[in-house]
Structures are given as structure tokens and as C-alpha cells.
Design a protein around this ligand. Structure first.
Ligand code: AMP
Length: 541
């Protein structure tokens, strides 16, 4: 007789893949060639890794970081850590060095698993990674390359010789943390969120529904969305749960690599940001590849242009629009047409499909206008989207102040300004967060501004998002020079200053010298006015 509620655990997703789908494949692209194995092999290696973690002395509840691309080894970490009651912290490989040092230290990571080609980044910051007891290099050759990291181990050597069975704990507290990651903040360092066993299982179940991701065993899934960004939208868990074949694009995949994988592995479903689908479309349009297996691409992270949906439709591929965020594991909305909207004229159907979509089961939302009142569901009034539900996080990791700001009233304030129409389709109109989303990753305008204003010749600087055909948004800096300052050489000087602190892709594409930055009544930079003046500024591809 049970006297407890059976807990929801990530280990039950692993259990199912091992028992029911031991022969289904997991495929990873490596520069050395394609790696292929099965869920049966995967399970054995997860067990070996679990033993290796025991030997490394990682305690229950402790965090271990990953700094890695989408690969089968990263998937092994996704399961071995939570299934042994430890926590995997996926570190975003694209954030500035000082942010990497910060997130590893706040999470108090004990070890860091690093992909071989990313070692130089970690070498740059290793002096600041005080909590780490060692590095594990996930080189495909199995050897440890020349590196200044120490102590350093090879992933393959570490798990070699370990047993292929592991006594996983049967019942893990479902409210305990399984994974964690950090998301960029407008000001200051990134904010951490924790994902629980319970949240991951519920998210996997609900996101797999036909009206959501529609995930099932016959899917041949290629998640292009990184495993270091919001759990790769939960696909590693949902796919493993249903026994779908998974295709991992590996390190730095180019659009050509992606279409080659689609053709070779007969991928029928893929997910990523619109920037990816734009680039993949150009490859498809060359006519050189047979992508007839591909039936659906899931596009999220920012809004895809309608023309992109139309282009994919021409190839018999449905581009489905979805919306979510780090604080929501991430899925919140998916835009699929209700049955009775299917017969609408083309124009109206695209109008609905281009919206961010309908709320998933188990979530609640409110759209609140400036007066604090909920807006009418007429698709015309705008308000901030507030959320709550079983996979909306409760707050930010060890950060009371920012938790209070964003979750203080029991609702998660998304910072997204939306409308909701008569059918319940939600559309994102604007963001209150002062961040720029470039190719799916965030750039903080405020941090760039502060850095630019540290230049001795600069009086004021404001950074806004300019439209970009490939990256969707790119930073554009508007700079006021100090009295009598000359423009010559200043752009280069500012760029040099920024490149010391930020990754290359954060640097503004354009620096415009202006006479003044418009201000609000309380003297803050009025970015609304700037965006109106320059937001349509189109930076060439
Ligand atoms: P992240 O936490 O990095 O995944 O970013 C989440 C944020 O990205 C949301 O709060 C939105 O501002 C934006 N976002 C995500 N999906 C979409 C979408 N489909 N359309 C427009 N903006 C989106």
C-alpha cells in the first residue's frame, strides 16, 4: 500500500526510453564524422557517468556545469546528474567572460564539463572559477588536448571501465532541482532559475500534446535550439520520454550542415529561432538537397516574418510559431489553428498563425494594462503578460530583490507587452525589457551604454535594437560626444573599448553620432522616441 503521492521524476523518462526504445537512434554531428548509438547504449553510458560522478565526490544537490553544444554527451549529462539527485547547470557559451565567471560562482559549480573547441573561452576565465574542483573535457577523440585547465580529465577516460548499471534512487523529491540555467538581465549579472523534476516532467507531458509540440515516437527530431539555452526548449526530455530519434547538430553547425543532417537522417521535425529557419530556407532553395522528410519546423524565441511561413508552406513544411522564456522551462504559447479557423481565407489564417499563440493547459495568464486592469480580449488593447502555473519558476536563484520585482505578487511579470484576441490568441507587440535579441540570444543595451559612456570623449550613449534581416535585431548605438569633441577615430575607439569586455557579437553594428538623446520627464533616456526615430533603421545583411 502506498502512503505517498508518487513523485514526478526525470528518472522515469529515462526508464521508459531504456525499456521501450533501446534500439531507437541518437545521432550527433562531429567534425570527425557522424556518431550514432541507441537509447540502450545511452542508458549504459548514463550509468557509467553516474558512477564517475560518485567517484568525483559530487554530493546530492550539488551543481555541476556544462559548457557545451548539442551532442549525445550533453544529453548524458542532462540525465546522469538529475537522476542521481545532483543538478546540471547549463552555462550559456555566448555570454561575456565576466558573466561566465559570475554564473559559475553563484551556482557554486563543483566541476565543469567542457566541449573541446570551447576550451579557450574557459581558459580565459579559469582564474575566476574558484568553486571548481576540476574540468572534464568532452573531446570526441577521448584524449585530453593541450590545455592550461587543471585538474583536467577526459570524459571518455572518466567513464571507461565503469559499470553499465546504476542503482538510481527510486524516489527523488519532485520539488528538488534537476537543472538550472541563467538568463540575461537588463542590468547587472544574469539571473538564475531552477528547474525541478516535477516541472520538467509536467512540461514534457504538456509540451508533447498534439496542440503543442506534438511530440511522439515517430518524430525524427533535430533541436537546433541550444542545450545551453532553456533546456533546448525541453526537447531532450520530451523526445527521450516518447522515444523519438534525436539528431544533435554538434559544434557550430552551419545551415548547410543542418540541411545535410535533415537529408541524411530523414529529420521530420526541427526546432530553432527564426534566424536559423531563414538561413536553412536559403539552402533548401538551392534545390541541392532532398528535404522531403521534413514536415514541420517549430520557430520560437522571436517572431518569424509571415513571408517565412509562406515560403516553408511552399515546400510542404509547416512553420509553427511558439513562445516562451527561461522562466517557463520555456513553453507557454503555441500557435496552431483551431479546427474551425482552418476554412478562413489565407490572409486570416496567416494572421492567426503569425501570432505567438494559445496558452498551454495548466498555465494561467493575465494581460494587464497600465491602469492595472485586465485588457479586453479584442486583439486591440495591450498590456503586460503575467503568468503562473506548474512550470513557471518561483523566482531567481539567491536573488531576493529581483525575485520580488518580477514575481512579488504571485504572478510572473514577463515584461512582454501583448494583446489577446477573441479566440484567445496572444500576440507580442513590444518588450519592456531593455534587451536586444539577436539571433535568439540577448545583448544588454544598458551594459553596452555604460561601457560606451566610460569612453573619455563620450557624454551620453543609448543603445537600441535596429532591425536586421538575418539576426532579427542588432545593437545600434546613439552617441553624444562631449562639447567640442571630434568624431574622427571615436567609432574605432569605442569599438576597441567594448571589445575588451564583450563578445564580438555584442558590439553595435552601427555607432551614430547625434546631438542629443531624447529624455523622459524624469530625465531618463527616452528609448521609445529613439526607437521611433531609429528602430526601423535597417542594418544590411
Ligand atoms: P529567453 O528567456 O531568452 O528564452 O527569452 C524569452 C523572451 O524572448 C520572451 O520574454 C520574449 O520577450 C521573447 N520571445 C520568445 N519567444 C518569442 C516569440 N515567439 N515572439 C516574440 N518574442 C519572443
Amino acid at each position: 500500500m502506498f502512503d505517498y503521492e508518487y513523485p514526478l521524476n526525470v528518472s522515469d523518462l529515462l526508464y521508459r526510453a531504456r525499456y521501450l526504445f533501446p534500439n531507437k537512434e541518437l545521432v550527433t554531428r562531429y567534425p570527425e564524422g557522424i556518431h550514432r548509438y541507441t537509447y540502450g547504449d545511452f542508458y549504459k553510458r548514463v550509468c557509467k557517468l553516474a558512477h564517475a560522478l560518485d567517484k568525483l565526490g559530487v554530493e546530492k544537490g550539488e551543481r555541476v556545469g556544462s559548457f557545451a553544444w548539442n551532442t549525445f554527451r550533453h544529453l548524458e549529462l542532462y540525465f546522469a546528474l538529475p537522476c542521481t539527485e545532483r543538478v546540471l547547470h547549463t552555462v550559456n557559451i555566448r555570454i561575456p567572460d565576466e558573466h561566465i565567471a559570475h554564473v559559475v560562482s553563484v551556482a557554486e559549480d563543483k566541476y565543469l564539463f567542457v566541449d573541446e573547441d570551447l576550451i579557450p573561452i574557459i581558459e580565459r576565465v579559469q582564474d575566476r572559477l574558484d568553486t571548481l574542483k576540476g574540468y572534464i573535457v568532452m573531446s570526441h577523440s577521448g584524449k585530453v588536448p593541450d590545455t592550461t585547465l587543471k585538474p583536467v580529465y577526459s570524459y571518455e577516460e572518466l567513464i571507461e571501465g565503469e559499470e553499465e548499471e546504476y542503482p538510481f534512487p527510486e524516489f527523488i523529491d519532485e520539488k528538488s532541482t534537476a537543472l538550472m540555467c541563467f538568463t540575461s538581465a537588463t542590468t547587472g549579472f544574469p539571473k538564475g532559475v531552477e528547474y525541478t523534476h516535477r516541472g520538467i516532467v509536467l512540461h514534457s507531458l504538456v509540451s508533447s500534446l498534439p496542440d503543442a509540440f506534438n511530440m511522439h515516437e515517430r518524430r525524427v527530431m533535430m533541436a537546433v535550439v541550444p542545450m545551453f539555452h532553456v533546456l533546448s526548449w525541453g526537447y531532450p526530455f520530451a523526445c527521450t520520454m516518447v522515444g523519438a530519434k534525436q539528431v544533435f547538430p554538434g559544434s557550430q553547425p552551419t545551415p548547410k550542415d543542418l540541411v545535410e543532417l535533415i537529408e541524411r537522417e530523414k529529420v521530420n521535425y526541427a526546432a530553432g529561432v527564426p534566424t536559423i529557419w531563414l538561413a536553412v530556407l536559403s539552402e533548401i532553395e538551392t534545390g541541392k538537397y532532398d528535404v522531403s522528410s521534413l514536415k514541420e519546423v517549430l520557430s520560437g524565441g522571436s517572431a518569424p516574418p509571415r513571408a517565412l511561413m509562406e515560403s516553408y508552406d511552399k515546400y510542404g513544411i509547416t512553420l509553427t510559431h511558439a513562445y516562451g522564456m527561461t522562466e517557463a522551462y520555456p513553453l507557454v504559447l503555441v500557435s496552431r489553428l483551431k479546427s474551425y479557423l482552418e476554412d478562413l481565407p489565407d490572409n486570416d489564417r496567416y494572421r492567426f498563425r503569425a501570432k505567438q499563440g494559445l496558452l498551454l493547459p495548466c498555465l494561467r495568464c493575465r494581460v494587464v494594462g497600465e491602469s492595472g486592469q485586465e485588457v479586453a480580449h479584442n486583439g486591440e488593447e495591450f498590456g503586460e503578460l503575467l503568468l503562473r502555473g506548474p512550470w513557471i519558476v518561483k523566482g531567481y536563484y539567491r536573488d531576493k530583490e529581483r525575485t520580488q520585482e518580477t514575481f512579488g505578487d504571485g504572478w510572473y511579470h514577463t515584461g512582454d507587452v501583448v494583446s489577446i484576441d477573441e479566440e484567445g490568441y496572444i500576440q507580442v507587440a513590444d518588450r519592456t525589457k531593455d534587451l536586444i535579441k539577436s539571433g535568439g540570444e540577448w545583448v544588454s543595451s544598458v551594459q553596452l551604454e555604460n561601457a560606451i559612456m566610460a569612453h573619455p570623449a563620450v557624454k551620453e550613449a543609448a543603445v537600441i535594437a535596429a532591425r536586421h534581416p538575418r539576426w532579427d535585431e542588432r545593437p545600434l548605438a546613439c552617441v553624444v560626444l562631449k562639447e567640442g569633441g571630434k568624431e574622427e577615430g571615436k567609432k574605432e575607439g569605442i569599438r576597441e573599448l567594448l571589445s575588451k569586455r564583450f563578445p564580438k557579437w555584442w558590439l553595435p553594428d552601427e555607432i551614430l553620432f547625434v546631438d542629443e538623446i531624447p529624455k523622459t520627464s524624469v530625465g531618463k533616456f527616452d528609448k521609445k522616441v529613439l526607437r521611433k526615430d531609429f528602430g526601423d533603421y535597417y542594418i544590411g545583411g
